[in-house]
Design a protein around this ligand. Structure first.
Ligand SMILES: [Zn+2]
Length: 367
C-alpha cells in the first residue's frame, strides 16, 4: 500500500522508466509548424521524438490566416518553429516577435532554387520561362522593392513544396533544425530523414510516370497561382484568376480575360483547390461551359484520406490530373475512359469527400 506523496511516487516511477528504457515518450520536443504540409514533414523526420502542432490546419488557407494569442502561446512554448518563408505566411514573423520566442527557427525554403514570379500573365506559362538569372528579376513595377535581398515581398513563388525535389531541401532543413533543438536524437533524425527522402524519391518517380501520359501542352485552371513549381518540375501549364496569394479577389477584368484565354487556348480542365472557396472556379466553369475536373491540394493537406499526408497529396494531385487529362481524354466525356478501374465515380460533385477513396488502385500500374 502506497503512503508516499503522489508527486514523489511519480518521480520514482519515471526514474524507473529511465532504467528500463532509454526512450521516454514524455520527453518529446514540441515543434510548431506554420501549416499542415510542413507539420507532416516534421512528423516524418521527428518520429517518436516530437509533438507537432500545425498553426494552420488541414484544408485551411495559410495566406489569409489571422493568428490569435493561442498561436503566440504555442510558439512561446515551442522547442522548434518551422515555417515556409518566401512570404507564404506573411503573419509569421510578427507572430514570432510577439511571442518572444528565441529558440531555433527553420525556414524550410532556405537554399532552394526559387522561382521568380513575374506577376499575373495569362499569355505565358510561368514556371517554364524562368532563367535563374539573378539579374533578370529587376523589378517588374508592381512591388515596392526594398533594398534587403532577403525580404523580397512576393517576388518569388513560395509554393516550393509542389516540387518533390525541392521538398528534399525542406526535409534537410527540418532535420537540421530538429538536431539543433534536440541533439541527443541526432542519429534518429538522420535516419528518419534518409528514409523519408527515399520515399520522396519514389513518389517523384511515380508522379513522373503518371504525368508522361498527359500532353505537355495541357492547360489547367486552379484557384490561385500555386502550381508554378509543379509546372516547372513536371510540365503542364497552370493559370488562375488571381496571383500567388489568395488574399485578393479576382477583378472582373481578370475573370473576363481568363475566360477569353480558356476559349482561345482550348483549356481543358478547371480544378477546385481544397483550401479556398470553390465559387470563383465554379463561376469560370459556368461562363466557359466547362466542367470541374476535380480538387487539387494546393496549400494544405486534407483532414483525412490519401491527401492527408504530403506524399499522399502529391500522388493524389498527379492521379487527379491524370484522370482528367491523360491520353485520349481531350473531349469533355473523357472521364469515363478508365477501363482498368471500377467505381470511379469521381469529381462531378463538388463535395470535398469524394477525393479520398479512389486512388489506391492506381499504384498497381505504375511499378
Ligand atoms: Zn498559395
Amino acid at each position: 500500500m502506497r503512503t508516499k506523496p503522489f508527486a514523489l511516487s511519480l518521480l520514482l516511477g519515471s526514474a524507473g522508466l529511465v532504467a528500463l528504457s532509454p526512450l521516454q515518450a514524455d520527453e518529446r520536443i514540441e515543434v510548431v509548424a506554420s501549416f499542415s504540409i510542413l507539420a507532416d514533414m516534421v512528423h516524418n523526420v521527428g518520429g517518436d521524438h516530437v509533438n507537432v502542432t500545425s498553426l494552420v490546419g488541414a484544408d485551411s488557407d495559410a495566406h489569409v490566416f489571422s493568428p490569435s494569442p493561442t498561436e503566440a502561446r504555442a510558439i512561446a512554448e515551442a522547442d522548434l518553429v518551422v515555417f515556409n518563408g518566401l512570404q507564404f505566411e506573411g503573419w509569421m514573423e510578427r507572430l514570432i516577435d510577439s511571442s518572444d520566442y528565441s529558440g531555433p527557427l527553420v525556414t524550410a525554403t532556405d537554399g532552394i532554387e526559387r522561382i521568380p514570379y513575374h506577376g499575373h500573365d495569362h499569355g505565358h506559362a510561368h514556371g517554364h520561362d524562368h532563367d535563374h538569372d539573378d539579374h533578370g528579376h529587376d523589378d517588374h513595377g508592381h512591388e515596392d522593392h526594398d533594398s534587403h535581398d532577403d525580404h523580397d515581398h512576393g517576388e518569388y513563388d513560395p509554393h516550393a513544396w509542389q516540387d518533390l525535389a525541392l521538398a528534399q531541401t525542406y526535409v534537410l532543413n527540418i532535420r537540421d533544425g530538429l538536431i539543433d533543438a534536440d541533439p541527443d536524437n541526432e542519429e534518429a533524425y538522420h535516419d528518419n530523414a534518409e528514409r523519408y527522402i527515399n520515399e520522396i524519391d519514389a513518389t517523384d518517380a511515380e508522379i513522373r510516370e503518371l504525368l508522361t501520359e498527359i500532353p505537355p501542352s495541357s492547360t489547367i485552371i486552379t484557384g490561385h497561382d500555386s502550381f508554378g513549381y509543379f509546372s516547372n518540375a513536371y510540365g503542364l501549364r497552370f493559370l488562375s484568376p488571381v496571383g500567388l496569394s489568395t488574399e485578393a479577389e479576382p477583378s472582373a477584368a481578370n475573370m473576363a480575360e481568363l475566360i477569353d484565354v480558356i476559349r482561345e487556348q482550348n483549356v481543358q480542365a478547371l480544378f477546385h483547390e481544397n483550401m479556398t472557396s470553390p465559387a470563383i472556379i465554379n463561376q469560370l466553369a459556368e461562363e466557359a461551359g466547362l466542367e470541374i475536373a476535380g480538387t487539387l491540394y494546393a496549400d494544405a493537406l486534407a483532414s483525412e484520406g490519401e491527401a492527408s499526408t504530403y506524399l499522399g497529396m502529391m500522388h493524389h494531385n498527379a492521379t487527379t490530373l491524370h484522370e482528367a487529362l491523360a491520353d485520349s481524354d481531350h473531349d469533355e466525356h473523357g472521364h469515363e475512359h478508365d477501363d482498368h478501374d471500377h467505381d470511379h465515380d469521381h469529381d462531378h460533385d463538388h463535395d470535398h469527400d469524394h477525393d479520398h477513396d479512389h486512388d489506391h488502385d492506381d499504384h498497381g500500374h505504375s511499378h
